[in-house]
Design a protein around this ligand. Structure first.
Ligand code: ATP
Length: 290
């Protein structure tokens, strides 16, 4: 069993907004960090909610730790650490009082670990949570998620609102977490540089549909963004073209195989932000050979 989480044909329709999560499939290997990337409203939170059972899915199977499980059951919730944007702990509590509450919720609660993260994240122990900034609340959510013996972390925008130093500390904590090969992390972020730093696999979602799943090393070694003229563009192997944007006479093209491109293609350096922009704003590979 090499995957900690498998998602098969997950579908969710919001009748009110007519948004459809379109039968998505993906898996999270043990020992890996998988980054989930997409624009606002693409369906990231919906996917995570449907996996966790906080949202009712319309179709699809979720397999966690090798079993088709009801993720809302307390037993399995021990093993999954969750950070969502809008997590609300009782705001009248302070950090120490929250620990006492968590101890009653989670059998595997580890107070030493919790205190370690509270200290690492420089959180005040006696101040009421109500007075915490967004970044402080995020850090607290992460400290809790890491302190109840979870094997899988599902993190929705967990680094949003954190300053660069705190983000860096937390990314290190995530990298450490998956050094244990029984662990894995599934995280969404708009800060693609964070994902670039720590993720092993990337999943791109657009309008409720997964448009690209790729291993980061493969992306860095084989993919490229190239500039070329229209006639050269038509010489690129069609299967290698993932997306393109036309600008004046030139095209910016995302290709999945930078080896063996026709002459006249200029390869430029790219970041995952550049790839995201091309995938989200560009046209897909259904080229018209005019
Ligand atoms: N309760 C709801 N009822 C109807 N539509 C909803 C509901 N919740 C979300 N949606 C719609 O579903 C779509 C996907 O939303 P979702 O929150 O999953 O996106 P996201 O990728 O997490 O976005 P963001 O990056 O802004 O957090 C959006 O169009 C949103 O308007």
């Amino acid at each position: 069993m090499s995957n900690i989480l498998e998602v098969d044909g997950l579908r969710k329709v919001y009748a009110k907004s007519q948004f459809v999560l379109k039968d998505i499939d993906f898996s999270i290997p043990y020992g890996s960090i998988v980054g989930f990337i997409g624009e606002n409203g693409a369906g990231k939170t919906t996917t995570m909610g449907a996996i966790l059972g906080t949202l009712k899915k319309d179709r699809g199977a979720i397999t966690i730790f090798g079993k088709k499980v009801d993720v809302t059951k307390p037993k399995i919730r021990e093993d999954i650490g969750v950070v969502f944007d809008d997590m609300n702990f009782s705001s009248h509590l302070n950090v120490d009082q929250l620990a006492k509450v968590m101890k009653n919720i989670y059998q595997q609660w580890d107070n030493d670990k919790y205190n370690h993260y509270i200290q690492l994240f420089s959180l005040p122990k006696k101040q009421k949570i109500a007075g915490f900034s967004r970044g402080m609340s995020m850090k607290l959510s992460i400290a809790v998620a890491l302190s109840h013996g979870a094997k899988l972390l599902i993190l929705d925008e967990a680094t949003a609102g954190l300053d660069p130093v705190a983000r860096d500390d937390i990314l290190e904590v995530f990298i450490d977490f998956v050094k244990d090969k029984d662990h894995a992390i599934f995280l969404s972020s708009h800060i693609t540089s964070d994902i670039e730093k720590i993720a092993d696999e990337l999943i791109f979602i657009k309008n409720g549909e997964i448009i690209l799943k790729v291993n980061k090393d493969e992306l860095l070694h084989n993919y490229a963004i190239v500039q070329c003229r229209s006639d050269t563009f038509h010489e690129i192997n069609e299967d290698d073209v993932l997306a393109y944007i036309t600008k004046d006479e030139m095209l910016n093209v995302l290709v999945s195989n930078k080896h063996g491109l026709p002459r006249g293609c200029q390869i430029s350096d790219f970041t995952i932000d550049d790839i995201t922009l091309l995938l989200m704003k560009g046209e897909n590979n259904e080229r018209t050979h005019s």
